[in-house]
Design a protein around this ligand. Structure first.
Ligand code: ATP
Ligand code: MG
Length: 875
């Protein structure tokens, strides 16, 4: 039987033989595209080619692309594991034509590959074509129909509607009619009983779509209309895991060698057996085998789990997996991280980035699992309480708010809450839950909603060339602009033919500056990249948008940013020297205020290491090393020792920044100083942890560093002054600290003695009221704790008692009420109730505590006498 690795290779070899260039998968985490968090189809990385914003190196390309479908337009998460053919992360095999071949070749080659190379049974195949759509004014795809007719019987060419046969990446963007290939994997007997044709596109688990050929012809605009693209393209996507299952003759994707390794390890770890069924236990096996891939590949591509955006999506996938093994495999410790070695090994040749970072990814997953398992246990306690309360109530129902809290805070999906509820003969208020959910969605939508209008294009194919490495001011023209509205604020985005403005990327923030149109000044408040366009953000449009524009970057700010960027390179190299070559960049931020550098390292960076790192960087600054920037072949750069970042996409030609070839060589698109001496001074301000296995250093250089150092020295001088200019500052401070703690100890022991004296005094004042012992007194104590301590002392000396002690501490009222358990029961009195009903009002405050001992505090200390009387009256 052909292995999955062989099947993948044959796909790529086949299209290479048809003159396609084989390219690498883009990272799974998307940067520079506000419409997507994750790659959801092979075509994402080529979007600009379809839109004409960029020219491809080759007009025929093929690859296998890591895709994730858990958010946005394509979201399969809830199906995963429940069915056997939708995954969170999957590989999409694809071939592309950028304005080269079209329907005829695409159809011929997909048929050839499936039937001649993979030798699929022709009478198990069906194809679908677009039937047209009157509303959109789109005709039936006759061309595709006529091409298919050459290979397949006409009764196997089915027509499909817009939902199935018109592919769109998102709400806007490239789109077009598509033709899909479906395979009927049922047994011969089943096939005789029901015609396969009737099961296509009907969610039958054995009659599944494997390949979609999209013919990109349109761009969907914001108003919903379709605009023809400058050229016609082919974009195909075949689900690798589904293809393998069909070729290997399996009933489920999980029975192929893509997943069986992981399932086997899960069996070994949990001691449970995978039974191929729809039981919750078997679903759990599938969920784990699937989710571990999505989690580990996104982390390897640089996305850590977090509370927002893409990081939150990863966190949710991970929690779904944890919840499944916890509940259905009865495994209560971190499990996912144990599956990592199998996955890393399996993909070492195709996606080596995982194997290369296996220790790091494993650490991140494990800590995330541990944290969530703790939350999960708290959640289970919470649900226990809810179940008990609901059991006693009349509705016998867990409320919508509570169910939502379980979901939102503890990660309990509604089906788990429902299950636990039904095990206890309870119901869940699901409409209430849905309403809460909707409210939250609306809240987050309102917070992040960006309303983007279509581009107004003044000049087609404006490539927006960046000239800002060498120049900070040029004359240019606007090629396109549009309005955007975010958080209620209207802004305009402008694209120029050429620009000196650096668009935020690689951690370096975007430039600010001025665009001057015929003397009218428009301020650029930020510069960002969207795919390959450099977008200038401004608050208004100029009157004369077609005029020549003078674009000038804020020079001073740019220089500070640039210095911080160069300092980041010096820092990175110094870290690798001092703490080891395992240090890999995990994120960076470079702006005019500081630089922030995140890197993989499992321990706190010690004071000495920080000092060493700082010293090396400053030494390199004083050496005034010339900074060389070269474009070269990627392999050449790697040979020079340049490190590529994980999750970053590089072309064949890369830009390399060299600060002494023996010290720092980095692939980098940012701006840099000419000589390291320009940085002047480098200071590390903080070192901290950001996530499991990731440390963060914040540092400054140049005048910012000088200012910061002066501030620190200023504070030191103030301290010196406060201590009256001692000869040895540190010694003097130590003496002060020691003295202070000695004094505190002395005071504590004196207070303890005093309390004993007060207690003796109070015991003399015991009154008998209606047969019970009562003490009511105002006492002198220095803090509220004193009252409590007195109560504890009195408790041991009395029985059948009610005690109320008050104190005026710096003008505030403090009260403690102590009552013996039997007396409390007999008189149905409880200490917190006494406070609430009889004391809180008198002292203008409140408090609480245990049944037998409660304390309160308040603003008004003038009625403490009355407090004692009131409590006494209760007897
Ligand atoms: P389906 O209707 O089965 O969800 P789709 O119409 O969403 O598929 P496309 O967007 O056309 O699929 O993607 C192209 C191919 O990618 C599909 O033919 C299928 O083989 C594969 N595919 C799509 N979604 C998934 C998924 N969640 N897991 C695995 N493979 C998938
Ligand atoms: Mg789908």
């Amino acid at each position: 039987m052909m292995t999955s690795a062989e099947i993948r290779k044959q796909f790529l070899d086949f299209f290479a033989s048809k003159k396609h260039q084989i390219v690498a998968s883009a990272p799974i985490v998307v940067k520079n595209d506000p419409t997507l968090l994750f790659t959801n189809a092979g075509m994402n990385q080529f979007k600009d080619y379809f839109l004409g914003n960029k020219k491809p190196e080759s007009t025929r390309v093929a690859d296998t692309q890591k895709c994730l479908r858990v958010s946005g337009k394509h979201n399969d998460l809830e199906e995963v594991g429940v069915d056997t053919y939708h995954h969170t992360m999957f590989e999409m095999l694809g071939n592309w034509s950028f304005g080269d071949y079209f329907k005829k070749e695409a159809i011929a080659w997909s048929w050839e590959l499936l039937t001649e190379v993979y030798k699929l049974d022709k009478d198990r195949l069906y194809v679908t074509i677009f039937e047209g759509d009157a509303k959109e004014n789109l005709p039936k795809d006759e061309e595709a129909y006529n091409e298919w007719k050459k290979y397949i019987a006409e009764d196997r060419i089915l027509s499909g509607n817009k939902k199935d046969n018109f592919w769109e990446m998102g709400d806007t963007g490239p789109c077009g009619p598509c033709t899909e290939i479906h395979v009927d994997c049922r047994t011969d007997e089943e096939r005789r009983a029901t015609d396969g044709k009737t099961l296509v596109n009907n969610d039958h688990p054995q009659v599944i779509e494997i390949w979609n050929n999209v013919f990109m012809q349109f761009n969907r605009l914001k108003d919903g209309s379709l605009q023809p693209l400058p050229a016609q393209h082919v974009d195909t996507g075949m689900g690798f895991e589904r293809l393998v299952r069909v070729i290997q003759g399996k009933q489920s994707n999980y029975d192929t060698d893509v997943f069986t390794g992981t399932i086997k390890v899960t069996e070994e770890i949990t001691g449970k057996k995978y039974g191929y069924s729809d039981s919750r236990q078997d679903i759990a096996f599938r969920v784990l085998a699937d989710h571990i891939r999505a989690i580990s590949f996104t982390i390897a591509d640089g996305q850590l789990p977090s509370n927002t955006g893409a990081g939150y999506v990863i966190r949710r996938i991970l929690r779904r997996a944890v919840r499944y093994y916890y509940s259905y495999l009865d495994y209560k410790q971190p499990l996912l991280f144990q599956l990592l070695p199998v996955i890393a090994e399996q993909f070492a040749d195709v996606f080596p980035e995982l194997q290369q970072q296996v220790a790091f990814v494993s650490k991140v997953i494990r800590e995330e699992e541990e944290a969530f398992l703790r939350t999960l246990e708290k959640g289970l306690k919470r649900i226990d309480d809810l179940v008990t309360a609901a059991g006693k109530s009349e509705e016998k129902q867990i409320g919508g708010k509570a169910a939502f809290e379980l979901f939102d805070t503890f990660g309990f999906p509604i089906d788990l809450t429902r299950l636990i509820a039904s095990e206890n003969a309870l119901e869940v208020d699901e409409p209430g839950f849905e309403a809460e959910m909707q409210q939250q969605k609306n809240r987050s939508r309102a917070a992040t909603a960006v309303d983007t209008e279509d581009w107004v294009v003044l000049k087609e194919h404006g490539m927006s060339e960046f000239v800002g490495y060498d120049t900070l001011e040029i004359n240019s023209k606007v090629t396109r602009y549009r309005k955007v509205k975010a958080k209620g604020k209207e802004l305009v985005q402008l694209v120029l033919e050429a620009t000196p403005f650096y668009a935020e990327s690689g951690g370096q923030t975007g430039d600010t500056g001025i665009l001057s149109f015929d003397g009218e000044l428009v301020e650029v408040i930020d510069t960002r990249k969207e795919n390959n366009l450099t977008i200038h953000l401004a608050e208004k449009l100029p009157v004369n948008i077609t005029a020549v524009v003078n674009a000038a970057v804020n020079r001073e700010k740019r220089h500070t940013i640039t210095s911080h960027h160069s300092a980041t390179h010096l820092l990175h190299a110094a870290l690798r020297k001092v703490i080891g070559t395992h240090v890999a960049q995990k994120g960076s931020l470079v702006n005019a205020e500081h630089l922030r550098f995140d890197f993989s390292h499992f321990a706190k960076v010690t004071e000495e290491e920080i000092a060493q790192v700082e010293a090396i960087v400053n030494e390199k600054i004083r050496a005034n090393i010339p900074v060389h920037i070269k474009e070269m072949n990627k392999d050449e750069a790697v040979q020079m020792g340049a490190m590529a970042l994980f999750g970053e996409k590089y072309g064949d030609i890369v830009r390399v920044v060299i600060m002494d070839p023996a010290y720092s060589v980095e692939l980098c698109g940012g701006t840099h100083v000419g000589f390291t001496g320009e940085l002047g001074l480098f200071k590390i301000k903080h070192e901290s942890a950001v996530a499991a296995g990731v440390r963060r250093i914040e540092a400054v250089c140049g005048t910012i560093a000088a200012t910061w150092v002066n501030e620190q020295l200023g504070q030191l001088n103030q301290v010196r002054e406060l201590l009256k200019h001692p000869k040895e500052l540190i010694k003097a401070t130590e003496v002060l600290v020691t003295e202070n703690s000695d004094l505190r100890k002395k005071i504590e022991s004196l207070e303890a003695k005093q309390l004993v004296a007060i207690k003796q005094e109070l015991l003399k004042q015991v009154e008998t009221v209606n047969g019970s012992n009562f003490i009511g007194a105002q006492v002198e104590v220095s803090n509220a704790d004193g009252l409590k301590k007195l109560c504890f002392e009195l408790k041991n000396e009395l029985d059948n008692y009610l005690v109320v002690l008050t104190a005026n501490i710096e003008g505030k009222a403090h009260v403690a009420v102590l009552i013996d358990e039997q007396l409390a029961a007999a008189k149905s009195l409880e200490a917190p109730k006494i406070i609430k009903e009889h004391i809180a009002g008198l002292i203008k405050g409140g408090g609480g505590g245990q049944k037998t001992l409660a304390t309160a505090g308040g603003q008004d200390a003038s009625n403490l006498g009355q407090v004692t009387e009131r409590v006494k009256a209760l007897l």
